[in-house]
Design a protein around this ligand. Structure first.
Ligand code: C5P
Length: 232
């Protein structure tokens, strides 16, 4: 899979989701389904979106003992999604078990990427709550490297970290980056943002874009603008 724009479908019902997707008559955008929508509607919504011809990044961020994650990943793999993810903090053993669970009998599997340190965690909370004293940038890179060693395909990270991750883990290690805004658009609650064009320059493989598309007056045009700036 090459560079692509993934729309974050942060809706809380199938009805809202399909109302949004029905705007798209020509394109079949790559979609991210997160916890909110998945817990509201279950695997049925994944099957229906897949049936409509979209690729899916199922953003459920698994984190449990290796055996449990392995079995859960096997179930998600049967849903035929394209990308799954987990927390790198679950250890290399958990990441390896996840990859094993995800691999189907014929050897194929969805891509598997890791969340490093959530962007909602800062240096102070990492030190106070997790007792991790290293600089947060170093912690993020360490998690990325361990994910690579576990055989994962990439990480979710800030576009500002993409080039550093590629330097450390290689150019074929995928960076999937949220926090994207148009130059003339609202930032919302995102603090450190980049435009699709900048994300392309810096080497992000996929950008995850939510509100700049879902809340746009013309979502199809906003999606096309992202594709023009990031992919073309
Ligand atoms: O609406 P917006 O473009 O900010 O949506 C970004 C999406 O990426 C949301 O689904 C959000 O949960 C997700 N995300 C993020 N920052 C991270 C990890 C995930 O914004 N560090």
């Amino acid at each position: 899979m090459g560079r692509d724009v993934i729309i974050a479908c942060d809706f809380n019902s199938a009805e809202e989701t399909f109302k949004f997707l029905d705007n798209f008559k020509e394109e079949k955008p790559f979609l991210k389904i997160g916890m909110e929508l998945y817990y509201a509607e279950g695997p049925a919504i994944v099957r229906e979106i897949k049936r409509r011809g979209h690729k899916i990044f199922l953003d459920l961020k698994l984190h449990d003992i290796p055996n449990t994650v392995k079995k859960a990943m096997a179930v998600l793999s049967n849903l035929d999604v394209d990308i799954c993810n987990l927390h790198a903090a679950g250890t290399v053993a958990m990441m390896e078990a996840a990859k094993e669970g995800l691999t189907r009998a014929d050897g194929t599997r969805p891509l598997l990427i890791a969340v490093t340190q959530l962007t909602s965690t800062d240096q102070a909370s990492m030190e106070a709550d997790l007792l991790i004293k290293e600089p947060i940038d170093e912690v993020v890179m360490h998690y990325a490297q361990r994910a690579k060693e576990a055989g994962l395909d990439g990480v979710v990270c800030s576009p500002l970290e993409s080039s550093k991750v590629h330097e450390r883990c290689g150019n074929d290690f995928l960076t999937v980056t949220p926090g994207v805004r148009f130059a003339d658009g609202a930032k919302g609650d995102q603090k450190r943002v980049m435009t699709p064009e900048e994300a392309k320059k810096i080497g992000s493989d996929y950008i995850v874009v939510g509100r700049p598309i879902t809340q746009a007056a013309d979502p199809v045009e906003a999606y096309r603008r992202c594709v023009r700036e990031f992919v073309d």
